[in-house]
Ligand binder design. Structure first.
Ligand SMILES: NC(=O)c1ccc[n+]([C@@H]2O[C@H](COP(=O)([O-])OP(=O)(O)OC[C@H]3O[C@@H](n4cnc5c(N)ncnc54)[C@H](O)[C@@H]3O)[C@@H](O)[C@H]2O)c1
Length: 430
């Protein structure tokens, strides 16, 4: 046997041992995750992870250390994924798979009272909420933290601004937050976007947990990692991609939400059903929508999760989430705040649907108490659409739905889009 053959044989036998040891390791990981599940402990422990990385480095010669670290990183990544799947895989959870930025979404009634089971709150925690969210929700979270500071901001879109951003950063600085501490948002999309952005920027990024409490944030804005504030009234101009460590959804919190807000948020779920999930659309057509809310949240999140996983930084597929938004934004601006965002999206979807789906959509919108007739002056809508920051070019990508559950992307001239809007408006009048 020559030198090469001997070395290869050695590699083969070491690989066999590694495979056996690896299986043993994964069995131990399974035991850990079972123990954690039974005892309600946190799924992943980041401090243990860095300890593991350094523990055995002494056995490894200097020149091999970077290779060993790479090897261990891979092992840790797969055991984290395995643990996550074993520990929280159940009807009431989903995982957003984004490599080392993956996270779980827990959807469970009453879970607010157990937030500490899912999140590491044994550190300094900035709990951010607004004065429209019942205070008991933020208090429930704060009571489970080792050292909580609750910041309550004024409700409304205006809070998503530089000043509030600075309030949050200063609150953390004054309370001596380090990179090991975290931010928890308890509220709708405004609080989620703002608190997430503060977490992304403080000391170049600290852990962020999101506890969404509106329909819109539970079905849509809390996942995907887009965090931002508005600047001089321009929406989401300054922001980042910063994924949360976990999203905790307690649908019971929606019981206190104003009915109009509730319906407006659900318009985004109707939107997702139309492009991607026929059965979800049929749920909206069924009698008892409220009774199937948890299913609606879960199915909508499945769609958004798939889009985010395939297109984290919004280059292509995420465009389907814009269904109804091009015209919707135009209506929103033309209405100068008289209509809510979801109500405008609802209206914006109608001209972009084939005739048959359009009839079905109208019935669903009516049932939800959403508007079904565009009453703003067409010129106002068109002017606003032209001013939209995403539509500087003369062409625009629009999403069209001919059949519930499927879509087509079309790149068309603005003039063509305006023509379609006019045709729709004329038809609707007849
Ligand atoms: N990051 C994303 O991917 C994404 C996606 C869509 C929208 N958004 C953003 O989300 C924001 C809108 O979010 P929103 O619709 O949740 O509005 P919001 O956060 O303003 O909440 C709406 C109102 O409901 C109140 N509220 C919240 N939870 C409540 C509860 N459980 N009971 C009673 N009242 C409650 C709030 O105080 C507020 O007055 C916008 O700023 C938008 O840009 C972000």
């Amino acid at each position: 046997m020559n030198k090469l053959e001997r070395a290869r044989k050695k590699i083969n036998s070491v690989d066999k041992e590694i495979a056996k040891l690896w299986v043993e390791r994964m069995e131990a990981v399974r035991e850990v995750s079972e123990y954690k599940r039974e005892n309600g402990l946190q799924v992943l422990d980041t401090s243990r992870e860095s300890e593991l990385m350094s523990r055995n480095l002494g056995y490894v010669p200097e020149e091999l250390r970077s290779y060993y670290t790479e090897f261990l990183n891979g092992t840790l990544e797969s055991s984290k994924r395995y643990q996550r799947e074993l520990s929280v895989k159940s009807e009431d959870s989903l995982t957003v798979n984004l490599g080392d930025r993956s996270y779980d979404i827990i959807i469970r009634r009453g879970s607010l009272a157990d937030a500490g089971k899912y999140m590491n709150l044994q550190r300094k925690v900035l709990v951010v909420t607004d004065d429209g969210v019942p205070a008991k929700y933020a208090e429930a979270v704060a009571s489970q933290c080792l050292d909580a500071s609750v910041v309550t901001l004024p409700q409304g879109e205006k809070t998503k601004c530089l000043e509030s951003f600075s309030v949050l950063l200063k609150a953390m600085l004054q309370r001596g937050f380090t990179r090991k501490d975290c931010v928890v948002a308890v509220g709708g999309g405004v609080i989620g976007d703002l608190a997430g952005f503060a977490a992304s920027a403080y000391m170049r990024g600290i852990d962020f947990y999101n506890i969404p409490t509106t329909t819109l944030s539970q079905i849509d804005s809390s996942i995907g990692g887009k965090v931002a504030i508005d600047l001089d009234g321009y929406k989401n101009t300054v922001g980042a991609f910063w994924q949360p460590k976990l999203v905790l959804i307690d649908p019971d919190t929606l019981s206190t939400l104003d009915r109009r807000q509730y319906a407006s948020g659900l318009a985004e779920a109707v939107k997702m059903s139309l492009t991607s999930d026929r059965e979800l659309f049929e749920i909206f057509e069924s009698k008892d929508i409220d009774g199937r809310l948890d299913e609606i949240i879960r199915r909508s999140l499945m769609i958004k999760k798939r889009v985010v996983e395939q297109d984290e930084r919004e280059s292509g597929l995420r465009k389907i989430l814009n269904f109804g938004h091009t015209i919707g934004h135009g209506i929103e601006t033309a209405e100068e705040g008289r209509l809510m965002h979801g109500e405008c999206v609802a209206l914006g979807m109608l001209p972009m649907c084939g005739v048959q789906v359009r009839g079905r959509l109208r019935a669903v919108l009516e049932k939800l108490g959403l508007p079904t007739a565009i009453t703003s002056p067409p010129d106002g809508i068109k002017a606003a659409m032209k001013h939209d920051k995403k539509s500087e070019q003369s062409r625009v990508t629009v999403v069209r739905v001919e059949e519930a559950g499927s879509f087509r992307l079309e790149v068309i001239d603005f003039d063509e889009l305006f023509k379609r809007l006019d045709e729709y408006l004329t038809e609707a009048e007849q």
